[in-house]
Design a protein around this ligand. Structure first.
Ligand SMILES: Nc1ncnc2c1ncn2[C@@H]1O[C@H](COP(=O)(O)OP(=O)(O)OP(=O)(O)O)[C@@H](O)[C@H]1O
Ligand SMILES: [Mg+2]
Length: 281
């Protein structure tokens, strides 16, 4: 794997860091004092993070640290108990999951969520649905606008599938794909909604080392091609340290460190959190 260019992180207002190249533009996302309690359990507390417009950021931490819960807060699967999420400077507190997606956040899930019985192409088209230009009436009666929309959707789906060289699989049922390909399809489907921030929850889980290496290159390629921000949760440290520019470490729902891969790898508290978890993370 070629050595990737090192990024310098710079402070932005609030206790946050973003890559130097994004600093002239406001962060795409800012979480401020974000937190949620489940009954007596505080799953996430005082979560503060900014993500630059074209940053690849990482969210790591031992099992049960609260990483997926952060994604659920950002995408409004859960309403936060405390704190604010600014997406492109706009407060999302009144938005639901669909509105947050339309406003620019797309995600994949730790447990893959595809329509197993639908084809690969149809799974991608579902993601495109919120961009379709024809109305229900045109769709119902198969008017010309519908067919134009369908042709455009087909072309767009194939274009997106080509990111992972998956065009040949367009007609295959999603449930019949090998595990790694299902994970890639989820990313393609998320990209179909035209996000400005893509959240990936353990994209390399279940992949073999060569698939993981290829995925790393493709995540960078996606960022470069679409000029979007990506926040990823991952236990595979080769991936996290290889492509993330800013990394945020959670432990028991709280941030214990933020910084570049070098800073995180040398942070004694991070090392303690991982060794203390008794798990290879
Ligand atoms: N809906 C819920 N109700 C109650 N507790 C929850 C809920 N969702 C998450 N939790 C709890 O919040 C904590 C954080 O869980 P979360 O799934 O965010 O961890 P994680 O960092 O993603 O872990 P992993 O690496 O294993 O995926 C856990 O203690 C979990 O049991
Ligand atoms: Mg999780």
């Amino acid at each position: 794997m070629p050595e990737r260019q090192k990024t310098k992180l710079v402070p932005v207002p609030s206790p946050n860091l973003i890559p130097e190249r994004d600093v002239d533009k406001s962060p795409i996302l800012e979480a401020q004092h974000l937190g949620i309690d489940f009954g007596g359990l505080t799953a996430v507390n005082e979560f503060n993070m900014a993500i630059g417009r074209t940053e690849i950021a990482g969210l790591i931490g031992p099992n049960g640290a609260g990483k997926t819960t952060v994604f659920n807060l950002l995408t409004k699967v859960y309403q936060p108990t405390r704190g604010t999420v600014l997406l492109d400077g706009k407060d999302t507190h009144n938005m639901n999951t669909v509105q947050v997606n339309k406003a620019g956040i797309a995600r994949t899930f730790q447990n893959i969520r595809l329509f197993d019985k639908l084809s690969v192409e149809d799974n991608v088209k579902i993601g495109l649905h919120n961009q379709m230009k024809y109305g229900t009436f045109s769709g119902l009666f198969r008017l010309p606008a519908y067919w134009r929309g369908e042709k455009a959707a087909h072309e767009r789906a194939m274009e997106l599938l080509s990111i992972f060289d998956m065009q040949d699989l367009a007609g295959v049922k999603a449930g019949a794909l090998p595990y790694g390909a299902q994970r890639r399809l989820e990313i393609v489907r998320a990209l179909g909604t035209n996000p400005s921030l893509l959240l990936l929850d353990e994209p390399a889980a279940g992949m073999n080392p060569s698939e993981t290496a290829e995925l790393m290159d493709n995540i960078v390629k996606i960022r470069d091609t679409f000029q979007i921000a990506i926040l990823l949760i991952e236990h595979d440290m080769s991936l996290v340290m290889g492509i993330c520019e800013g990394i945020c470490v959670l432990n028991f729902g709280e941030i214990i460190a933020k910084g570049t891969p070098e800073e995180i790898q040398n942070n004694p508290e991070v090392i303690r959190a991982y060794l203390g978890s008794g798990k290879e993370a």
